[in-house]
Design a protein around this ligand. Structure first.
Ligand code: GLC
Length: 737
C-alpha cells in the first residue's frame, strides 16, 4: 500500500477498529494448539475475546497451517480486512535452538550471531510469524537476576555490536523479503538493573549511568532500523517506563528518531496501577497512550477505556490515529496487505524448520559459545582413548538443556552429552551414573508446577556414582542449575549449583580427584568450592539443540574451546553487582599493594571476580609480546596504531580473541578503570606468531561529559591489550585538542 492508501484506510476505519489495532491478545484466544505460550498473568477473558475479531496482533502461537487458518478466518470477519500481526518470543532459535544469548555472546562472533538470528527468522517466518520479541539488549551486572541469561552481558560496546547483528539478522534487507521478520528491541530501558537483582524491582540509575552504560545498545538496535521497541516493567527515576514521556516521547521518538511501533510488556499498562502512579485502569490507559505506547499487550485497558478518555477530552483522536498509523505502517512494511500470510507455507515449513544446515550452524555457534574456565594439567582434551572415563551427573543424559525462552523447542531433539559422545565415538561404551536429580525438594519453585518435577531422590544413585568414580581414571561430571532457574521471574539469592549436586560433587571428589566439570547454567554461579577441587571446568551454559555434539567436539579435542566470558563470575553473591569496568573510587584497593584498612574492599573476600570479563582458556598457551604504538600523541582528527605480537607456545591450533581496552586517566566526571573498545580474532597454529593491530581514534574516547555534552577531553589515556580484561600489556598516549 502507498502512504496515501494507508491514510485513506485509517480515515475509513471505525473507532472500534482503531482501538482494536492497539490491542494484542495471547494466541490462546485464537488457537487451541498446546503451543500457546502465556508469559504473564492472563487478563480478563470476556472483554478480550468479544473483541477478538478487531484485534491488531497476537502473541505466542506458531505453525503455518494454524496461522494461515486463523488469519484467513480473521480477515473474513474484519470490516476492513486488516491482517493481524503474529508475534512471539523467539530469542535463541525457533525449533533449531541455539545457546542462550548470554552463551552466544561469549563467542565474540557477531557474524555467527547474525547468522543464527537469520536462521531464527527464516524458521519463524515460514511457520507464520511476523515479529520476534528480540533482541534483548539490557546491560546486566547482577547474576542474581535470572534474565541475565537472555542478555549479551555486562559491556556496553559489545551489547551494541550484538544488538545491530541480531536486528540485521532478523530483518534482513526489507521486512517483506522472504525469511525476514520484524525485530523488537527490549526491554526499553534499564530493566537489567533491578535493585538487589530482584525481578521486576525498582531501578535506581543516575541519568549519566543510564545514558552512558545502558542506553547505547537500544540505540544501536534503533539505528539498525529495528521495527519495534518494547517498554520495560521497571521504573526510571521513579516513573514506570510504560508511562514515561521523557523516555518514550522525548528520547526515543525525538532524540533517537524512532518511527516504529512501541509495545508494552505483558500487562505493563495495568501494572501502572500497582506501581501506584495510576488510580485505575482508565488513568493507566491515559498515561500509556499519552506516553506513546502504541500496543497494549494483554491488559485490555486500551479496549476498555480509550473511548471514555476520548469522550472526556482527556486524549485526542490524533493521539490514537498516530499509534494506529504506526501499526498499519509496520504491517505495510511486512507486505501483509498484499500477502497477509507472508512466508507461511505448510510444505516449506517441513523442509526448512530444523533442517541440517540450520543444525550445522547451531553446532558451530554452540562450540564457539563454550568457555574453558579451568584446565589443570591439561586434563582436557581427552585424546588417550585408553582412559577409563566415568560419566556422572544429572546433565549427562538430560535433554533439559535449552534456555527458558526456547518456547517452541522440542526438548527431545536436544542432543544430550551421552548422545553427543556416542555420535563422536560410536565404538565407545561409556559408563554412566546419574548420581542425583537436578533438583531436590529443598528448591521451592512456586508457579513452576508442571514444568519442574521435584523428583524424590533415589539415594542409590549416589552410591552407584561413587562406585563408578572409584574405578575410573577420569570423571566427567555434568552438573548445573535447572534450566528454569534462570530466565524471567527466576531471581536467586543463592547463585549456586543446586545443593544436591554440590553434595554429589563433593562425594565423588573424595574418591576421584580427576574431575572435569561440565557446567549448565543461565547465569554466572558461585564456583569457589567446585573450582578449588575440579581439575577442569567447561562452561557450556544452556546450549540447546546441538549441545551434546558441541561438547563432545571440545572434550575430545576436535576443536579447542575459544569462548570468552561476557559477564563476570563473582566469588560470592555478596559481590553482586560486579563488573569489569568499575570505577577507581577515592580509596582504591590495590591487592597486595596496601595494608591499609581504610580502602574500598571487603574484609572477608577479594574484590576481584573468580573469573573476569573477557576470560576464557584454550587448549594451548599464548605468550603476549610487548605492546607498541606508532605515536604517543593524537589530536582530534588523527589516529594511532597499537600493535602486539601473540605467540602460540602450546601444541594445539587455537582461535584467540585479542581484546583492546582503553582507560581515560582523568575526566570531568569519573571514568571507568578500563573499557572494551575493540577485539580481534586470531587463528594460530602451534609455534606460530601473529601481529595484532588496533587503530585508536578520538571518537573511541567520547563520553557524556560533566556538561552533558557527548565528546572527548584532552589528557592521558592508557591502552590495554590482552586475552581478557585483567591480564593485559599497557601503554600510554596523550589526546591533545
Ligand atoms: C514477558 C517478558 C517479555 C516478553 C513478553 C511476551 O513478560 O518480559 O520479554 O517478550 O512477556 O512474552
Amino acid at each position: 500500500m502507498t502512504e496515501k492508501e494507508l491514510f485513506n484506510l485509517l480515515n475509513d476505519m471505525s473507532f472500534k477498529e482503531k482501538i482494536g489495532q492497539l490491542n494484542q491478545l495471547a494466541g490462546s484466544f485464537f488457537s487451541t494448539k498446546e503451543r500457546n505460550i502465556v508469559t504473564g498473568p492472563l487478563a480478563k477473558d470476556g472483554l478480550l475475546s468479544k473483541n477478538k475479531y478487531l484485534t491488531g496482533s497476537v502473541l505466542g502461537i506458531k505453525g503455518a497451517e494454524d496461522l494461515i487458518k486463523i488469519q484467513k478466518d480473521f480477515i473474513e470477519n474484519h470490516p476492513h480486512k486488516i491482517p493481524m500481526l503474529f508475534m512471539a518470543d523467539v530469542i535463541n532459535g525457533f525449533e533449531t535452538i541455539f545457546p542462550v544469548p548470554l552463551a552466544q555472546s561469549c563467542s565474540f562472533n557477531p557474524d555467527l550471531i547474525k547468522k543464527a538470528a537469520r536462521i531464527t527468522a527464516i524458521e519463524s517466518a515460514v511457520s507464520g510469524l511476523h515479529v520476534t520479541f528480540s533482541p534483548m539488549v539490557d546491560l546486566v551486572r547482577d547474576a542474581r537476576w535470572g534474565r541475565v541469561m537472555e542478555s549479551t552481558g555486562e559491556d556496553t560496546y559489545l551489547n551494541s555490536i550484538y544488538a545491530k547483528a541480531m536486528v540485521e539478522g532478523y530483518q534482513g534487507g526489507e521486512l517483506k523479503d522472504e525469511g525476514s521478520i520484524a525485530a523488537c528491541v527490549k526491554h526499553f530501558a534499564g530493566y537489567g538493573a533491578p535493585t538487589a537483582g530482584r525481578e521486576y524491582n525498582n531501578v535506581e540509575l543516575s541519568t549519566r549511568t543510564l545514558y552512558e552504560d545502558y542506553m547505547p545498545a537500544y540505540k544501536a538496535a534503533i539505528d539498525s532500523d529495528c521495527a519495534m521497541v518494547m517498554t520495560s516493567f521497571n521504573t526510571i527515576d521513579r516513573v514506570p517506563v510504560t508511562a514515561n514521556k521523557d523516555l518514550l516521547r522525548t528520547y526515543l521518538r525525538k532524540t533517537l528518531n524512532f518511527s516504529g511501533v512501541v509495545i508494552s510488556d505483558w500487562q505493563a499498562i495495568e501494572e501502572l496501577i500497582y506501581h501506584t502512579i495510576a488510580q485505575d485502569g482508565k488513568e493507566a490507559a491515559e498515561l500509556a497512550i499519552q506516553s506513546g505506547v502504541d500496543i497494549d499487550m494483554m491488559s485490555g485497558l486500551y479496549l476498555e477505556n480509550l473511548e471514555t478518555l476520548l469522550e472526556k477530552n482527556l486524549i485526542t483522536m490524533d493521539l490514537i490515529d498516530e499509534s494506529v498509523m504506526n501499526i498499519l505502517q509496520l504491517k505495510n512494511r511486512l507486505g501483509l496487505f498484499e500477502n497477509p500470510f507472508k512466508d507461511a507455507n505448510i510444505l516449506k515449513e517441513k523442509e526448512i524448520v530444523f533442517c541440517k544446515e540450520h543444525n550445522d550452524l547451531a553446532k558451530e555457534l554452540t562450540i564457539k559459545s563454550i568457555v574453558l574456565l579451568k584446565n589443570e594439567k591439561n586434563i582436557l582434551p581427552i585424546i588417550d582413548k585408553s582412559k577409563n572415563i566415568a560419566l556422572i551427573g544429572p546433565y549427562i543424559d538430560s535433554k533439559e538443556t535449552h534456555g527458558a525462552w526456547s518456547i517452541f523447542a522440542d526438548k527431545n531433539t536436544n542432543i544430550s552429552i551421552l548422545e553427543g559422545f556416542k555420535n563422536l565415538n560410536p565404538e565407545n561404551d561409556y559408563e554412566y551414573s546419574k548420581g542425583c536429580e537436578i533438583l531436590d525438594k529443598d528448591v521451592a519453585l512456586k508457579g513452576f508446577e508442571g514444568e519442574i518435577e521435584i523428583n524424590k531422590n533415589d539415594p542409590n544413585n549416589l552410591c552407584n556414582a561413587v562406585k563408578l568414580a572409584e574405578k575410573s581414571d577420569i570423571v566427567i561430571m555434568a552438573i548445573g542449575e535447572h534450566r528454569l532457574q534462570s530466565g524471567e521471574a527466576a531471581s536467586r539469592v543463592h547463585i549456586t549449583v543446586p545443593k544436591i549436586q554440590e553434595e554429589l560433587f563433593n562425594e565423588i571428589y573424595k574418591v576421584n580427584k580427576n574431575i572435569i566439570v561440565i557446567l549448565f547454567n543461565g547465569r554466572p554461579l558461585e564456583l569457589e568450592n567446585i573450582n578449588s577441587k575440579a581439575k577442569s571446568i567447561l562452561e557450556v551454559w544452556l546450549p540447546g539443540t546441538q549441545g551434546g555434539n558441541a561438547i563432545a567436539n571440545i572434550v575430545f579435542g576436535k576443536e579447542s574451546p575459544s569462548g570468552k566470558l561476557t559477564m563476570s563470575f563473582p566469588r560470592s553473591v555478596g559481590q553482586c553487582p560486579i563488573f569489569y569496568n568499575e570505577f577507581s573510587t577515592g580509596r582504591p584497593h590495590v591487592p597486595n599493594k596496601d595494608k591499609d584498612r581504610f580502602r574500598s574492599k571487603y574484609i572477608d573476600s577479594s574484590n576481584s571476580p573468580l573469573f573476569p570479563f573477557g576470560y576464557g582458556l584454550t587448549y594451548s598457551t599464548c605468550k603476549l609480546g610487548d605492546i607498541s604504538i606508532d605515536k604517543d600523541t593524537i589530536s582530534l582528527f588523527d589516529q594511532l596504531t597499537s600493535k602486539i605480537t601473540i605467540k602460540n607456545i602450546g601444541n594445539f591450533k587455537i582461535e584467540e580473541t585479542v581484546q583492546l581496552y582503553i582507560k581515560d586517566c582523568s575526566g570531568s566526571v569519573v571514568r571507568p578503570g578500563r573499557e572494551l573498545k575493540g577485539f580481534k580474532k586470531v587463528y594460530i597454529e602451534p609455534g606460530e606468531e601473529a601481529i595484532v593491530e588496533f587503530i585508536v581514534k578520538e571518537d573511541m574516547l567520547r563520553f557524556i561529559r560533566h556538561d552533558n555534552t557527548f565528546g572527548s577531553e584532552s589528557g592521558w589515556f592508557v591502552i590495554y591489550i590482552g586475552l581478557n580484561s585483567v591480564e593485559t600489556k599497557e601503554i600510554r598516549f596523550y589526546l591533545s585538542k
